[in-house]
Design a protein around this ligand. Structure first.
Ligand SMILES: [Cu+2]
Length: 398
């Protein structure tokens, strides 16, 4: 039996040697890469994924070896005829106590260090409501998290196995069951109702307010956003998925050229919005699910193939003001895709700028129509072709 255990240790040592070899390889490679790129870093190994993986494996092997050494020690004690070797129950109990303290400190660290990196003040009117819901949920779950974990680990430590103590048989308590069923049910009901009314408050918009908002039509596809503004009539013209790629490949959005409302629509390469003016985004997708996500405005909505979704909101802080607030002269609002939609999902970014009404007006004047002259030519040709075809049909029928 003991011999087998030693054999296992041999295996572990050879694994350890293997990992050490791989580790030195990574270090050597990094040294070469560093020399080629002439990196002036002198603090040694660049921290790659491989580096952390190897460190993790080394720690695992180290723990394994310590465990083996302890079990050998344990066995020799038993061979010598001593009844009790290592008191594992006490060690386990102690580990529980240590994990409680270290874990709670980790939670505190995460709240203070990572918590400080949270998004800045919301830049939209409805954003404050979303934030208050977020903070309320965070406060409640933090309180529950701390209390339950203190109880869990303290009990594991306090009531570890002891040969002198007999466990008390305590299978059921109706009063306790009532408390821990009813209390969370009330809290969750409040949170869910609050979410429901907040969401209704954000999305229930009168027809009048809908029509008065600036209309922006967004089409998502792998892996970019196509954005057009409604133009003079403030209405984005019709699209039809059957027309995607028509007009000799020029019609990549599938614009319905027979709809006159399309002709004044503007194609833009960045979203520019006037501050304190309501904007209504109509969202769609040409392929898979995407998600229209503008974190600073607390805006997120899925883009679904085959149906239109909407999000209307009012930005209230200009880009320039936000640069002062965040003390970051390079700060920019961004539109992201928040649905992992394929290989280049991370590339789906789009610039967003909030400006004064005056700046917005002058920017809008410079934007080009989405229907280009080439598209108009192709459309005329196609129409002529259609007329000729239908005339032929009539001639054949007669
Ligand atoms: Cu996407």
């Amino acid at each position: 039996m003991n011999i087998y255990k030693f054999l296992n240790m041999k295996k572990i040592f050879s694994l350890f040697a293997l990992i050490a070899l791989a580790f030195s390889q990574v270090m050597a490679q990094d040294a070469v890469a560093g020399a080629v790129e002439e990196v002036s870093k002198t603090d040694g190994l660049a921290k790659t994924v491989g580096y952390y993986l190897l460190i993790f494996l080394l720690i695992c092997v180290f723990i394994g070896i310590v465990g083996k050494i302890l079990s050998v020690y344990d066995l020799t004690k038993k061979i010598q005829g001593k009844k009790e070797g290592i008191k594992w129950d006490n060690i386990n109990g102690l580990i529980f106590a240590i994990i409680l303290v270290v874990g709670l400190y980790g939670a505190y660290w995460s709240y203070t260090v990572q918590g400080a990196e949270i998004l800045p003040e919301s830049a939209s009117e409805h954003g404050a409501k979303i934030d208050s819901m977020f903070y309320l949920t965070l406060i409640i779950t933090t309180i529950v998290f701390v209390i339950t974990h203190i109880l869990l680990f303290t009990f594991a430590y306090r009531y570890k196995y002891n040969s002198k103590k007999k466990a008390y048989y305590y299978p059921h308590n109706n009063t306790l069951e009532k408390y821990w069923t009813i209390a969370p049910a009330i809290v969750l009901t409040v949170l869910v109702l609050m979410g429901f009314f907040t969401w209704r408050g954000i999305t229930n918009i009168s027809k009048n307010d809908m029509a008065n908002a600036i209309q922006v039509d967004v089409t998502a596809h792998q892996f970019a956003w196509d954005v057009r503004y409604g133009g003079k009539d403030n209405v984005a013209g019709n699209k039809n998925y059957k027309l995607i790629g028509s007009l000799n490949g020029l019609n990549n959005l599938g614009l319905d050229m027979s709809d006159r409302k399309n002709y004044d629509d503007l194609k833009v390469t960045e979203i520019v919005l006037p501050v304190n003016k309501s904007v209504r985004f109509t969202l769609g997708s040409q392929d898979v699910l995407h998600s229209f996500y503008m974190p600073h405005f607390r805006v997120q909505m899925n883009c679904v193939p085959g149906m239109a979704t909407y999000f209307q909101f009012t930005p209230k802080i200009t880009t320039a003001e936000m640069r002062v607030k965040t003390d970051d002269p390079k700060f920019d609002y961004k539109l992201y895709c928040a649905k992992i939609c394929g290989g280049s999902h991370y590339n789906m970014k789009f610039s967003v700028r909030v400006v004064s009404q005056k700046e917005y007006n002058s920017w809008l004047k410079e934007q080009k129509p989405i229907v280009t002259d080439d598209m108009k030519k192709e459309y005329k040709l196609a129409m002529k072709d259609n007329v000729a075809k239908s005339e032929n049909k009539i001639a054949l029928n007669n």
